[in-house]
Design a binder for this molecule. Sequence first.
Ligand SMILES: NC(=O)c1ccc[n+]([C@@H]2O[C@H](COP(=O)([O-])OP(=O)(O)OC[C@H]3O[C@@H](n4cnc5c(N)ncnc54)[C@H](O)[C@@H]3O)[C@@H](O)[C@H]2O)c1
Length: 266
Amino acid sequence: MILKGKKGIIFGALNDQSIAWKVAEFCKAEGAEIVLTNAPVAFRLGTIKELAKKLDAQVISCDATKVEDLDNLIAKSQEILGGKLDFVLHSIGMSINIRKGKHYTELNYDWMQQTFDISAISFHKLMQSLWKADAMNEWGSILALSYIAAQRVFPHYSEMAESKALLESFARSFGYHFGMRNKVRVNTVSQSPTVTTAGSGIKGFDEFLNYAAKMSPLGNAPAEDCARYCVSMFSDYTRYVTLQNLYHDGGFSNMGMSGLMMELGE
Ligand SMILES: NC(=O)c1ccc[n+]([C@@H]2O[C@H](COP(=O)([O-])OP(=O)(O)OC[C@H]3O[C@@H](n4cnc5c(N)ncnc54)[C@H](O)[C@@H]3O)[C@@H](O)[C@H]2O)c1
């Protein structure tokens, strides 16, 4: 029960494959009280209401690119949970150019801006809304999910690479202000490739999943373990970890070559 007495908002549970879905389940199991949220379209396409019923949690619709939606979500969540928040998970990502099959050398810039807005600027908007409402308790924890394409080239990840670089930078920059004012920490977790709706949208995802598994000494980190890690980041056991991009990837980020990959080349 390492989250007993803690209250939080979880963005991004679309269906039972979503990383946020598992985070919500583990948070509840560890004693937290949560509010679930997702974009209006996700209520039609996904099964978030099933999760809300299962966890006895309230669910509030919020398009994370709209400041008025975020303000409303933050105000209502505090009413529902009966006070300020201890943790928030941003688990949101979507690329319009990838979805429309545009090659990286032919990107549409209006779509690129939408991608950045959904996948990265929404994180700044969320933090600014939390900041203005003074909605975080001292020693609270704000977390977003990232991917190593922010640092290295993965051609099919396209404009999502820049989205993640921006997301990680927002975590550091806003994390400074939150730390100074409220002792709130802000981090990103850089997760292994994972089979979800967003993940499977990347071209060549299955081959890529296979490659990452062979390169990582522990194999790819499953969504459930990512959820466990997020819970630890919301708990009091990680109070002085802030401004970090934390790799949760079975060791992939520090590898150059692995025995399994060498065998394939023989
Ligand atoms: N799946 C992977 O391989 C992988 C690896 C590393 C990081 N991540 C990151 O994990 C996070 C969660 O993705 P996932 O893999 O669980 O996939 P997912 O498709 O289950 O989750 C993505 C979520 O973003 C939500 N979303 C999209 N537009 C939104 C908007 N305007 N407002 C609010 N919510 C919106 C979707 O409704 C969905 O719930 C993303 O940031 C993703 O980039 C995923």
